[in-house]
Design a protein around this ligand. Structure first.
Ligand code: EPU
Length: 427
């Protein structure tokens, strides 16, 4: 096991390149199951979630190659192998295997998904959608059993705006008979990306990116090539990091339209932000103003950037209230920030950050993926050395993070943990 060490307090500058979107990748890869011939996805990030999904496709008989971020999947020999445990538990997005396998084979057995612990994360809306399409769904000993004689299009209203349920229902509906309408659908860019791949495979989908998606089922889907969109959460992480410790950072390979809420909040704080077609420049502001932030579904401020943003607010003057309306328990990074000298109080779904404070290096633990990103930014802001453990979370979602930050001049490196440190992690 390794830990990350960061010598903080130094300004960073230069260009940092964003990889392909994790939350698209984890849906695009299962979507390949729906085709009858090879699909190639270009530009995948080098993260453990992608490698885990590759292994899962191979477990069900897929022939998969992955080289320099390009994955080719031949799904022709796949079978609906039950996956009640094992690697499905490693990531939340394994739930997309349900929609994709149900769509292609009309049956699937998938263990309840893993992923970050952010409070309750039910999948009732996914199941509501599968049932509306005609599937019988049962939960037996921690695995979801899905079976349908035939999938038939249906009108499905989502009671909660859910990225996962919207994509999962799309995956099952593209090979159902007749028309499916998803109302109150999520509008995240990753949904458009998945719909684009499915359309290139021959699916008939209209309205992805709006809150009503219409799908006319087809009998067969064929192979194609698809290039993934840039990761707006990784881009946002770098923008926040640049606002915290940069003296001029260009974030490259980004769709500025996806970043509007983040750009607006940074500008409100006094951070100079310039955009062009596919880059965002973050300039240096000597003083930052505190701003309140409330996370919302897209195009609102993303919950996935709440934790990094909370870290940045430690540099700002005044008191800021950060409210997470999506997840009730996404504040596990706060205790760690406090160890680094932050003055933050958690009240219900809000964190109240009082700044400015000079963070101090400390030994901290990433409890989930974005908490990890928040602590790396804190380490870069802090005086002295910060040690971050829990790297398995960061490795699930950030590709080549150490090399990318070194490219901006950061002093950051991975080190093997001692046996004593690993024992301490268990307690
Ligand atoms: N919800 C329900 N019932 C459902 C589904 C969701 O009540 O059936 C609730 C959730 O508990 C949550 C809210 O609805 O409070 C939104 O959940 P959503 O389904 O949109 O989230 P998700 O699809 O499970 C994806 C991302 C998350 C990101 C959220 C919100 C993937 C694999 N994960 O999760 O990403 O936070 O959308 O934007 O796409 C991350 O990248 O760190 C991450 C956690």
């Amino acid at each position: 096991m390794e830990k990350l060490k960061i010598a903080g307090g130094y300004p960073l500058e230069g260009t940092i390149k964003v990889s392909g979107a994790k939350n698209s990748a984890v849906a695009l890869i299962p979507a390949t199951i729906l085709a009858d011939s090879p699909v190639t996805i270009e530009g995948l990030p080098d993260i453990s979630d992608v490698r885990t999904l590759k292994d899962l496709l191979e477990e069900i008989g897929g022939s998969v190659s992955l080289e320099d971020g390009d994955m080719s999947v031949d799904p022709s020999q796949m079978v609906s192998m039950p996956l009640p445990s094992g690697k499905v538990k490693k990531l939340r997005a394994s739930y997309y295997l349900m929609g994709a396998m149900l769509g292609r084979f009309k049956k699937a057995v998938i263990g309840l998904p893993g992923g970050c612990h952010l409070g309750p994360r039910p999948i009732d809306q996914h199941i509501k959608g599968f049932e509306a399409l005609g599937a019988e769904v049962t939960n037996e000993q921690g695995a979801i059993y899905l079976r349908a004689d035939e999938l038939k299009g249906a009108r499905i209203y989502l009671d909660v705006v859910s990225v996962g349920a919207t994509i999962n229902i799309m995956l099952a509906a593209v090979r159902a008979k007749g028309r499916t309408i998803i109302e109150n659908a999520a509008k995240e860019p990753e949904i458009i990306d998945v719909a684009t791949l499915l359309s290139n495979m021959g699916a008939k989908i209209k309205g992805a990116g709006t809150d009503v998606i219409r799908i006319d089922g087809v009998d067969e889907l064929h192979g194609c090539r698809h290039t993934i969109i840039p990761d707006r959460i990784e881009a946002g992480t770098f923008m926040i990091l640049a606002a915290a410790v940069g003296k001029g950072v260009l974030v490259d390979n980004v769709i500025p339209l996806h970043m509007e809420s983040v750009i607006a909040k940074l500008r409100e704080m006094g951070v100079p932000v310039e955009t062009n077609d596919d880059q965002i420049f973050i300039g240096r502001a000597d003083k930052l103003k505190s701003v309140d932030v409330k996370t919302l579904v897209y195009p609102g401020f993303p919950t996935d950037l709440q934790q990094p943003f909370t870290t940045l607010l430690n540099r700002a003057e005044g008191s800021a209230v950060v409210t997470d309306t999506i997840y009730s328990a996404r504040f596990k990074h706060i205790d760690e920030l406090r160890r680094m000298n932050a003055t933050i109080k958690v009240e219900g779904r809000s964190a109240i950050v009082n700044g400015p404070v000079q963070l101090q290096g400390a030994k901290v633990k990433a409890s989930d993926l974005r908490a990890g990103a928040a602590l790396v930014i804190a380490g870069l802001m802090a005086e002295g050395i910060t040690e971050v453990t829990g790297l398995e979370h960061i490795d699930r979602g950030y590709s080549d993070l150490v090399a990318k930050l070194e490219g901006l001049g950061a002093t950051i490196w991975r080190e093997k943990m001692s046996v004593e440190e690993m024992e301490q992690m268990k307690s």
